[in-house]
Write a protein that binds this ligand. Sequence first.
Ligand code: NAI
Length: 289
Amino acid sequence: MIVGIIGSGAMGTGIAQVLATAGHKVHLLDKNAKALERAAQNIKDTLGKLSKKGKLSEIDAAEILDRLNFTEAYQDFGSCDLVLEAVVEDLEVKQNLFREVEMIVPEYCILASNTSSLSIASIAAACEKPERFIGIHFFNPAPVMPLVEIIPAVQTREGLAEEMKQQVQSWGKMPVIVKDTPGFIVNRVARPFYGEALRILEEGIAEMATIDWAMTNLGGFKMGPFTLMDFIGHDVNYRVTESVFASFFYDPRYKPSFTQKRLFEAGYYGKKSGRGFYDYREGATQSEP
Ligand code: NAI
């Protein structure tokens, strides 16, 4: 299969690695040349580490890299069987890029979005052939996390969700088919997790490092809510919260927090920008629980 992935950020890079490892030819596209360079370097480093640990032979690592093409040109998508986008969580941006993609890809090409929260029906509505559109939602980091949510829209042709489920399984992942509702399963359950943690902080009940410590050491979570939001990135996480809140007709259960909004506005996106709830810059001291 030949796959086109749009957006070489955290998700697009991870997904490209998964698909090239599964044996597919992958064109990873971004509008930003620096993001493409970073993606190429990240994948190379990750494969190098796997080889060093003896989890991947050097020949296999070289073949995976060979299957990857880093590009800024949609023309490379001319013979794609699947195009999956992982760009910024913005409906208009996603709709516009699929309009462009449909002018280039073959009739049989399946179109998919990795959106965390936007309605699949609304992205599909921008397409000339919405029946070939579906949500395929990976988790971060994509090479490590097994779960993938598959979300057919009302327009998606019968049988495509099941076909994609089998395809995703062949990539070594564990897919579930979910209805096209805001946040699907995981991001819906996660909203109150973040929201309540933020309210506990804002009400002065406990400090964030204490809340994170309690949730990991006592609650059994792999990451506390503040560490997790910093890892996801507040640019992504805040937008998802706003989108889920609006999509549930402003149900107060999903209300965004000013604390997170200010981080987002300041460009304190978390780990990726060096500052978020915590300070990741060199020499910074971390708060103790
Ligand atoms: P990111 O900010 O790391 O990467 C986005 C990339 O898309 C950037 O490299 C940017 O240059 C590129 N881009 C933006 N507009 C573009 C366009 N019009 N054409 C080509 N490239 C464009 O974002 P991230 O975290 O990878 O998220 C991407 C999508 O995946 C979002 O829809 C997000 O909701 C979803 N998602 C994010 C997860 C996370 O934990 N970060 C988890 C699962 C899904």
